[in-house]
Design a protein around this ligand. Structure first.
Ligand code: ADP
Ligand code: ADP
Ligand code: ZN
Length: 220
């Protein structure tokens, strides 16, 4: 069977991580989230974490050369052979060009780019109410997506916390960064014929169903 190489793109808070978790479990492919990789590096106080932290705190993008480096390394690992889902990468035209080059050198290409569309007012509500598990990274929402575990993670009973960049102020800058640096990628992927827009405003399960339909239509 052909490999399934997916990108999930969309503004902060659109539900990329939430949908990626379902999709990767179903398709049995690794979930490659650059945001998760950076947060892990910050938590472990590695050199990468030190390099990324100040940008993340300000809601700005980590420099392309750093980000491209970690993705290039990740895509050279064995577990991506059957496919992968990139979540939060690429976020700039330079990253998109670097990704093309890496995939070309591996003799592979992107299968589909799934764009999760959500209006800005809803994004702020989602970001400022988001809760994340400190141990397993599972994502919940104070109002829209309660943890079945109540105050703790429904999967691993880990502690839930609010990301420091999910304050209203930093969320607003991240949305502006998205508009300026990432939204232009949509034209690039639309021109390649690989872009699929999905309505991310619907309830989580309905978005998942739409995603499944898009993948099924592609024959994956
Ligand atoms: P992203 O990875 O795009 O930044 P997340 O998947 O972390 O977004 O979702 C952002 C927040 O919105 C989380 O709190 C999540 O539980 C919640 N959320 C995700 N999808 C939906 C949805 N379809 N409806 C309502 N809330 C959602
Ligand atoms: P969200 O989907 O809520 O915006 P992420 O977890 O994807 O959040 O990203 C959190 C932060 O990590 C970003 O604000 C940015 O500082 C950094 N980051 C993640 N992915 C990238 C990337 N591809 N390029 C540059 N910075 C990134
Ligand atoms: Zn957990």
């Amino acid at each position: 069977m052909a490999d399934i190489n997916l990108i999930i793109i969309g503004p902060p808070g659109a539900g990329k991580g939430t949908q990626a978790a379902f999709l990767c479990r179903e398709q049995n492919i690794p979930h490659i989230s650059t945001g998760d990789m950076f947060r892990l590096a910050v938590k472990n106080a590695t050199l990468l974490g030190l390099a990324a932290k100040s940008y993340m705190d300000r809601g700005e993008l980590v420099p392309d050369e750093v980000t491209i480096g970690i993705v290039r390394e990740r895509l050279s690992e064995k577990d991506v052979a059957k496919g992968f889902l990139l979540d939060g990468f690429p976020r700039t035209t330079v990253q998109a060009a670097a990704l093309e080059e890496v995939l070309l050198s591996l003799g592979r290409e992107i299968t589909l780019v799934i764009n999760v569309v959500v209006p800005e007012a809803e994004l702020i509500r989602r970001l400022t109410g988001r809760l994340v598990c400190r141990s397993c990274g599972a994502t919940y929402h104070r109002v829209f997506n309660l943890s079945p575990g109540g105050e703790v993670c429904g999967i691993c009973r880990g502690e839930l916390y609010q990301r420091s960049d999910d304050s209203e102020e930093t969320a607003l800058s991240r949305l502006a960064v998205y508009q300026r640096q990432t939204a232009p990628l949509l034209d690039y992927y639309a021109a390649s014929g690989k872009l699929r827009n999905i309505d991310g405003l619907k309830p989580i399960a309905e978005v998942t169903a739409e995603l499944r339909a898009v993948l099924a239509a592609k024959g994956t």
